[in-house]
Write a protein that binds this ligand. Structure first.
Ligand code: GDP
Ligand code: MG
Length: 692
């Protein structure tokens, strides 16, 4: 390392899945000779998409890092996932990047996922460059793509280039900084022949250069004045103004190329150095002092105390855990004494590594602006702050992950059963969007994630890394039971068997409570008809009976039981007898009180492109859902709805089908409602069949 701070770049490549991020990262690394061959997604030779699950699907599932040196600058590239199920790491990566390159596919424009990652970049206040990729593809349409971007992302873009041709005729670009044409051959070398601007583009190029000049000088008062006075603005001044404007987030420079054919990638790399911020351009990182609870911050400087945030954890079954973090301030050496200020545990870094795609390389030290990994930390997890033990600071946590879809998992064999929880806990360390728990109502093991694809990948990893196999099953819906009428009922238990008998006798009034209230027990016994010491036993019997309703065996809720009368026997009565009496009375009473099934209702936000909105609303209606409203967001619509959970168990797959993977949704539990009368028999029958 040892690179001057102003020469460091950390850039995340972001876009919807398939836009060409991984291909672009491979081309950048190749051009800077950080790699010796141009890795390809299509034939699984990308060192960024190196996990078997990624290679099989030919898509990026988790963030991958590498770095390159160019013109005295060192750039760390973060290749991020773009598919809706895997955006958790993309969002976390943007929290540690200093800038981003947003890819737009010249053939498919802005997709919902691009909007999503654009918002993530907004959250982290990241300066951006836009790269219109796939210019070489048949049907490439750059004006249309740029118009779409301006409309949907509401971005002020400033052309740094003009494309020369498109589709099969795409040859290269006019660079508006040097006012030269860059013409690329078919050799994938990434090197262009630099020529004069073709005659037919000359006029357009002059106009575009003027736009660029105006945008650049606007960032600097002195330059503006110079420009308005008609004085010559030098190339250096133009570049400085451009950099200032991008770093301030005033506009986004626009470039064109083909990652696959390695065209225009060299100019993009120059633009990363020229326009995107170094750690020095970023604001001081803010947090709190754990000792005083007061606000604290760290300047981006090697001389400040160390502060770092873990944004990714990788676990290898053989070599163990790697915690990957960004250093915001200070220096790190192998024998530093580190404090994990989030868990309060002291840690020793030991060996420090930089990440190089599928490999790591050991380094002796790291400092402000670097992203490095350390192995085998005791109690350090994704999102934690690592800092100088003498000057502690806690940085804000990473954004919460959204595990909205739960599936039941069943281990395939007995041996798997023992290994599953351990394996899953390791996967959860790596992937904060996974959640694993046992459902208290149905007793099933539930694995929650962002969507079905996410869970499928998780169980594939579980098998590969930890050798245990499970099957995914749609989870049982946690139905409940309640009643609609009140009743008075006797619960009486009497047993005479030779010696001492059993006797308990209760009169209960059972009545419904408002939805969501749970259970209430009222003791109205007077005159000791039931001795005081037996009353808790009656309540206990009722509570046990509530666990399994009489309709389909689901828990009974929202019911009030008033114990108002009864009798006892001086010898035969016991706690046991009264418990059974209470339980018997409750069961009988519920049967007489018009019992009904309750089903969980979920709140959903479904984000889809405008042209799919009609279909989505129709579909939600056909699932017994209620539309609460539709809000425009960027070029998409957010459909808000409440829907019975039973109707949307496989919604992630269904939405994908309906929108060609252009939709996103979130789902969370809202409340319980009665199952419509015509649907209850089916639920009851299914529950009984399962028990039989
Ligand atoms: P990512 O999901 O954004 O990382 O996209 P990939 O890099 O995995 O690329 C998706 C597909 O598009 C692959 O088949 C690539 O070969 C292809 N691809 C990427 N960039 C280009 C490009 O500039 N031109 C063409 N023709 N294909 C591209
Ligand atoms: Mg990718």
């Amino acid at each position: 390392m040892g690179i001057a701070l102003d020469k460091k770049r950390t850039v995340a490549l972001i876009a919807h899945g398939g836009a060409g991020k991984t291909s672009l990262a491979e081309a950048m690394l190749f051009n800077a000779k950080a790699t010796t061959r141009l890795g390809r997604v299509d034939d699984s030779t990308s060192i960024l998409d190196h996990e078997p699950e990624e290679q099989k699907r030919k898509i990026t599932l988790s963030a991958s890092l590498h770095h390159y040196d160019l013109d005295k600058h060192t750039t760390t590239v973060i290749d991020t996932p773009g598919y809706s199920n895997f955006l958790t790491e993309t969002r976390n990566s943007l929290c540690v990047a200093d800038g981003a390159v947003v890819l737009l596919s010249a053939i498919s424009g802005v997709k919902v996922q691009t909007e999503k990652v654009w918002e993530f970049a907004d959250e982290s206040d990241l300066p951006r460059i836009a790269f219109v990729n796939k210019m070489d593809k048949d049907k490439a349409d750059s004006p249309e793509t740029v118009a779409d971007m301006e409309k949907v992302l509401k971005v002020k873009d400033v052309p740094l280039q003009l494309p020369i041709g498109q589709g099969e005729k795409f040859k290269g670009v006019v660079d508006l900084l040097s006012m030269k044409a860059y013409i690329y051959g078919d050799d994938l070398s990434g090197k262009a022949e630099i020529t004069d601007i073709p005659g037919e583009l000359k006029e357009e190029a002059d106009k575009a250069r003027e736009t660029l000049m105006e945008a650049a000088v606007e960032s600097d008062d002195k330059l503006t004045e110079k420009y308005l006075n008609g004085e010559e603005v030098s190339d250096e001044e133009l570049k400085a103004g451009l950099r200032k404007g991008v770093v301030a987030g005033n506009f986004v420079p626009l470039l064109f190329g083909s990652a696959y054919k390695n065209m225009g990638v060299d100019l993009l790399m120059d633009a990363v150095n020229l326009c995107l911020p170094s750690p020095l351009d970023r604001a001081a990182v803010k947090g709190t002092d754990p000792k005083t609870g007061e606000d604290a911050s760290r300047e981006p400087s090697e001389d400040a105390p160390l502060s770092a945030r873990v944004f990714k954890t990788v676990i290898d079954p053989y070599t163990g855990k790697l915690s990957i973090f960004k250093i915001y301030s200070g220096k790190l050496t192998g024998n530093a004494s580190l404090l994990n200020s989030s868990t309060g545990v002291k840690e020793k870094p030991g060996h420090i590594f930089v990440l190089e795609g599928d490999k790591t390389k050991e380094v002796t030290e790291a400092s402000c602006g670097d992203i490095v990994a350390v192995s085998k930390l005791k109690d350090t997890h994704t999102g934690n702050t690592l800092c100088d033990a003498e000057s502690p600071i806690v940085l804000p946590p990473l954004p919460p992950a959204n595990a909205s879809l739960a599936f039941a998992i069943t281990p395939k064999t007995k041996a798997d059963e023992d290994k599953v929880p351990q394996g899953l806990h390791k996967l959860m360390e790596e992937d904060p969007a996974l959640e694993f728990k046992r459902d208290e109502h149905t007793n099933e093991f539930l694995l929650s994630g962002v969507g079905q694809n996410h869970l499928e990948v998780a169980i594939e990893k579980l098998k590969r890394k930890y050798g245990c196999e499970v099957e995914l099953k749609a989870p049982r819906i946690p139905y409940k039971e309640t009643l609609r009428a009140s009743t008075q009922v006797q619960g009486r238990y009497k047993k005479q068997s030779g010696g001492r008998g059993q006797f308990g006798d209760t009169w209960l009034e059972i009545s419904p409570l408002p939805r969501g209230t749970g259970f209430e027990f009222v003791n109205n016994i007077v005159g000791g008809v039931i001795p005081r010491q037996y009353i808790p036993a009656v309540e206990k019997g009722i509570k046990e009976a509530m666990l399994h309703g009489t309709l389909a065996g689901y828990p009974v809720v929202d019911v009030k039981v008033r114990l108002y009368d009864g009798s006892h026997h001086s010898v035969d009565s016991s706690e046991m007898a009264f418990k059974i009496a209470g339980s018997m009375g409750f069961k009988k009473g519920v049967e007489q009180s018009r019992p009904v099934l309750l089903e969980p209702i979920v709140n959903m936000d479904i984000i889809v492109p405008e042209d799919h909105m009609g279909d989505i609303i129709g579909d939600i209606n056909s699932r017994r859902g209620k539309i609460l409203g539709v809000d425009p967001r960027g070029g998409s619509q957010v459909v808000k709805a409440v829907v019975p959970m039973a109707e949307v168990i496989s919604y992630s797959t269904d939405l994908k089908g309906m929108t060609a993977d252009r939709g996103l949704f979130t789902m969370e539990f809202s409340h319980y409602e009665e199952v419509p009368a015509h649907l209850s028999p089916k639920v009851i029958e299914a529950a009984r069949a399962e028990k039989a």
